[in-house]
Design a protein around this ligand. Structure first.
Ligand SMILES: [Zn+2]
Length: 337
């Protein structure tokens, strides 16, 4: 009730329907707008009689006409007596509780992000493989993960399953990807770009799960990978090539084909509102369940934007807006398979 006290009033009938006024309790009458109302003894069970002591301020009295015509000599009205002090105390208590909970939650996340072991990731010096479908996926969706893993002293490798040749720009996009990786701290020897007609950059073509899985497993074994990072079942943007990667890694995981000690993280897809409005997504991400959360500092965000700007061929107006507003340029939440 937060200090709100209800009590009954009887007042001379004046023909008024409803109204509001301010006043205070004086003896057994309520003074309101120069009119005295008799205070009935009934008091809300939440308030206690103490709330109706002489001098108690009330900020609003609502008159409500309850009886049908002919009007009675008296109307019964309900009054709400606000006790500002109690409300403030109640609000402060709620605010303190929420802030404390939020603080503990953020501190817990910060502790988990401080070291790979606490985040459930392989230790420093481990080898993480980012698996993407197209050049620009690494900057547009995974920049927080790449920079976060680097912060945890992981060695990051990248495997891109196509050159992004949908508009016959494959050669240009291959170079853009290498530049972007350089900005993100992935050296050229750690970058592999597959140019294979079996894996075309085309949302209308379903990549064969087994072929993708075999290619991926080969790469994992050759590079002695401890951690694989890729899209989740919804592929963030829903692109079928992204989802094909998830299906392949899911198959390797469920069939027990991954090397011992090699874990898999998938990037959580979020709804459109969260995806494009990072400032709305921030509290949501902090409070939502996930295994690993990477959040970039402002300096790292600038680096992510610089990586994305390497993809000149892709910088159409809507992608420029995406760079400014999307949560994926700042926040990655991931879950282990
Ligand atoms: Zn893509």
């Amino acid at each position: 009730m937060l200090g709100r006290t209800e009590f009954g009033l009887t007042l001379p009938y004046t023909g008024a329907g409803t109204g509001f006024c301010h006043g205070y309790i004086k003896d057994e009458t309520a003074q309101c707008g120069g009119v005295s109302f008799h205070v009935r003894p009934r008091v809300s069970p939440f308030s206690g009689h103490g709330a109706l002591n002489r001098g108690t301020q009330f900020q609003r009295v609502q008159f409500s006409r309850r009886s049908p015509s002919p009007p009675p000599a008296f109307l019964t009205a309900q009054a709400r007596c606000h006790l500002p002090g109690m409300e403030v105390v109640g609000l402060v208590c709620v605010a303190v509780a929420v802030l404390t909970w939020g603080f503990l939650r953020v501190r817990d996340l910060a502790e988990r992000m401080r070291s790979p072991e606490q985040a459930g990731l392989p230790g420093a010096g481990s080898r993480a493989l980012l698996v993407i479908a197209h050049p620009d996926d690494e900057a547009m969706f995974f920049a927080p993960t790449v920079l976060g893993l680097a912060r945890l002293e992981q060695r990051v490798f990248l495997l891109c399953f196509s050159t992004g040749n949908y508009y016959n720009q494959g050669e240009i996009r291959r170079k853009e990807l290498l530049q972007s990786c350089d900005v993100l701290g992935i050296p050229p020897p750690n970058v592999t770009i597959i140019d294979n007609s079996e894996f075309p950059d085309d949302p209308g073509v379903q990549w064969d799960t087994e072929r993708v899985a075999n290619t991926l497993l080969q790469h994992i074994n050759i590079n002695d990978i401890n951690l694989v990072v890729t899209f989740d079942a919804e592929g963030v943007s829903g692109h079928s090539n992204h989802i094909a990667l998830y299906k392949a890694v899911r198959a390797l995981h469920s069939e027990g084909k991954l090397p011992k000690g090699c874990s898999v993280l998938t990037l959580q897809s979020v709804n459109v509102l969260r995806k494009y409005l990072y400032f709305l997504d921030l509290p949501w991400s902090l409070l939502s369940p996930q295994d690993v959360l990477f959040m970039l500092t402002s300096q790292e965000v600038a680096r992510a934007k610089k990586a994305m700007s390497c993809h000149h061929s892709q910088l159409l107006w809507f992608r420029r807006l995406y760079i400014i507003f999307s949560r994926y340029m700042r926040i990655n939440s991931l879950q282990f398979l």
